[in-house]
Design a protein around this ligand. Sequence first.
Ligand SMILES: [Zn+2]
Length: 486
Amino acid sequence: MTTLEQGFKEKICNLLTELSCCHRCIVRFLGIHVLDNEKAYQNPKEYLKELLHNTENYTGPEPKRIKANVCPVCLNCYNSETLEKILESYKLVSKEYNAYNTFFFNVSFPKCLSIRAHSMYLYLVEKFPNTPFGNLYNSTDTMLEQPHRIFRSVASSILSKTLNKTFHPKSNLSLLITLAYKDDNTEVEAITNILGKKKRNKFEVSRNNIFELLKDIDEEKFKKYFPVPPIIPQEEISIEKIDLCADPIYLGGRYFKFKRNVGQTPWVIDGVSVSEHNVQDIIFDAICDTLGFDRKQMTFSASGREDLDVRMLGTGRPFYIKIENPANRNILKSQLLAIEESILKTELAAVVKLKIVYASDLNKIKTGEESKKKTYKALCKTDAPDIKQAIEKINALEALEITQATPMRVLHRRSLLPRTKTIHKMEAKETEGNLFEVEIVTQAGTYVKEFVHGDLERTCPNLCSIVGYSTDIVALDCIDINLEWP
Ligand SMILES: [Zn+2]
């Protein structure tokens, strides 16, 4: 930005002092940024004193503000009393995060702070029309430093001492401070009144979009609805909430389900569990026992799901577990192995390749849900008099397009338009007991059981129509989900 001349700086300094602005807000309105001069914010009184005394002809007052008044721009959010209050509130946060050496903090300011700064800016421009003030809403070169940067520069060393942790912008542990002001809503409402009635009903002012709103508001209109300069408030800022929160960690792996009638996740109908066991609970139990997390901290996600009566064998199904707010994030290889061993002991399920994965990896599981290939092994019975001939008919086929209407068995839950799915490959062979086994590579989302028995012709073609005789499924296993994971 354009640097203000000494004479202008003095005038701004004096005017803002008269208006009861705090020293940090004055430094801010002089266009000083934390990165360029952090000291000015850490010791603003000293900075302003030096600035004023540098001029030989200076005859104005000392940069002394009327203490009793609340700063009309920041509502005292940067001053030491506010910081004291934050430290007091922090002592009530009784969470232990001894495993973390660093912390980061974020402050949420009341929305009216932006409006008040805007008002003060308009006032200065009006008072000193020839001053080259920088643009207020130019994202790369804004005149006013952002409040959270000022706050961080003032508070990080004190908070660091209290928390006994080093401040680090990339820490996984965050202190979240929410500041509030009792008239915030009223002041924000004054601004939304500038918008037409139609716009006002649609527009919800947030901390993020308030800049966009202020940027576009006509100056004269603003002055009609909001006092310029901002009035001195009766009350200062208060602390609404203070919380410590750790970033989640993710464990990824592949699971196997060895027994039928084991669910993937708990499934309760009318208060009754459909299955006694489920994979999610088996994995959660092992993690709770080994790592000491609480079940409530965890959520389970997998790449699709198999039916209750379908086993998951072969290469296993990709899944991940999100652990919210972990008190510890240093998970050892030996602990991961212990979890795998403990799951295996249940004889119902197993987990392999368990490891820590990152939020950026999760997309792999979430996307491509429809394009992935899945391989099943279906044990089938058929009315065909010559089973060898039936098998030949199946094996003679190349890739196959089928149309599936929503299966009868899930119709009560959802009903979709008929969908086209691809059967990429089939390989059948005879097994004992006049049955045959067919390995089917499908496009993800294909209903395999329905492809075998036809679902009253809702899936076409199907194995019955291919073989020419009624054919049904005896047992089904999923043996591969074609996805590299974790
Ligand atoms: Zn202030």
